[in-house]
Design a protein around this ligand. Structure first.
Ligand SMILES: Cc1ncc(COP(=O)(O)O)c(C=O)c1O
Length: 390
């Protein structure tokens, strides 16, 4: 028998909820995948490169044409130039970029600050590498960061701080003040930053995405992670990239090289061409803001108290006043009795913190969102009736 290196890891909650959603024929707003067709032009480009014979291994760090385009895009958007030859690597989705970056940096005994609720892939990789996650909670209902607490959480063992903006699962976006506070925390230390920016193009209400690339003192010590899955409704393609100063990226590439070596060749060539059409990704914020508003308006009319997400395609909804159940119990009952699947926020905390909040993915067609709202209305009216009985 083998001794597990990560004994506490269970089957991902997304897989659990999705299989329950299938079993109970529920509307599935649990898993975070966009339910939209990808561009036909992008498909044609992949076909073109396949037909033209671009089917063998790509260069280890990625196709140069794509890295060049990414370098230009980043410089235009965030005013920092990443050298395409030495500072940009194409990865098998954001997931592999995160895995390779954490594996490169974290050693036995290192502490890594993770804000909770957190996307589920950070802590396991930290632990696999012998590191110790140090969890700091975002403060409800606006999921603000208490930077004083972060300051207190830092010590000589702190090696890495992981940030994620726009933030999955809460929809929070980091403000300029957050970035300034982060700068103060790391100044004079050797702490590195891993900035997960896979939702960079999904930011609402005229806010800006505060990429860490915009802050030179931070960018000099940061690894930035992105995903084409989120940019092009193509999460199944598993192609993403990371960027970091050369001295960090040269080490990440050593790990990347022996993790996947290289990523899908024709898709990279197709992306290198397609990414020149800025409007394709610059229109994402408006597209998803409409979805958020459509979904939230329905929930608000029903009577739910919703704090609108500022980015991503996730909406957190608090059920505090409607039930005494834990969010996990509620999520289970909603699937089984009302036919609607969502993710309990507790699954984004290491200690299953019960925040009485569920995460809904609104990257779905309007009719699916309407069906979801109808089912939530059924739940709401039953919950209210029961509350009035007492
Ligand atoms: C915050 C965050 N980071 C990283 C990823 C992983 O990206 P990819 O699907 O490209 O591996 C996701 C995917 O849901 C995510 O939500």
């Amino acid at each position: 028998m083998i001794k597990s290196k990560v004994p506490n890891i269970k089957t991902s909650i997304f897989a659990v909820m999705t299989s329950m959603a299938k079993e109970y024929n529920a509307v599935n707003l649990s898993q975070g995948f966009p339910d939209f067709q990808i561009s036909n032009d992008l498909i044609s480009l992949v076909n073109k490169y396949m037909s033209e014979g671009f089917n063998q291994y790509a260069p280890m760090p990625g196709v140069p044409e794509l890295r060049n385009e990414l370098s230009k895009k980043t410089e235009k958007q965030y005013s920092r130039k990443y050298n395409p030859d030495t500072e940009i690597t194409i990865t098998a989705g954001g997931t592999q970029a995160l895995h390779s970056a954490i594996s490169t940096i974290v050693r036995e005994g290192d502490e890594v600050i993770i804000f909770e609720p957190a996307y589920d892939s950070y802590a396991p990789v930290v632990k696999l590498n012998g590191g110790r996650p140090v969890y700091i909670k975002l403060k409800q209902p606006d999921y603000l960061i208490d930077w004083e607490e972060v300051n207190k959480g830092v010590n000589s063992n702190t090696r890495l701080i992981i940030i994620n903006t726009p933030h999955n699962p809460t929809g929070k976006v980091f403000s300029e003040e957050d970035m300034i506070s982060l700068k103060k925390v790391v100044s004079g230390t050797n702490i590195l930053i891993l900035s997960d920016e896979v939702y960079e193009h999904i930011v609402f209400d005229g806010k800006n995405h505060n990429s860490i690339a915009k802050y030179p003192e931070l960018a000099d010590r940061s690894i930035l992670v992105y995903s084409f899955g989120k940019m092009y409704h193509a999460t199944g393609w598993k192609v993403g990239y990371c960027m970091a100063p050369e001295k960090i990226m040269s080490e990440i590439r050593k790990v990347h090289q022996f993790t996947v070596f290289a990523v899908n060749t024709p898709v990279q060539y197709a992306l290198a061409e397609f990414i020149k059409r800025e409007e394709e990704y610059l229109s994402l914020s408006d597209f998803y803001q409409e979805k958020r508003d459509f979904f939230n308006d329905m929930l608000t009319k029903i009577g739910f108290d919703v704090v609108p997400a500022s980015g991503t395609y996730f909406q957190a909804v608090n059920f505090n006043t409607l039930t005494d159940e834990t969010d996990f119990q509620l999520a289970e009952r909603l699937v089984k009795k009302f036919g609607i699947a969502a993710v309990p926020m507790s699954s984004f905390y290491h200690n299953d913190e019960n925040t009485k909040t569920l995460r809904f993915c609104f990257a779905k067609t309007d009719d699916i969102l309407e069906q979801a709202a109808e089912r939530l209305e059924n739940f709401y009216s039953q919950a209210k009736k029961q509350l009035n009985l007492f």
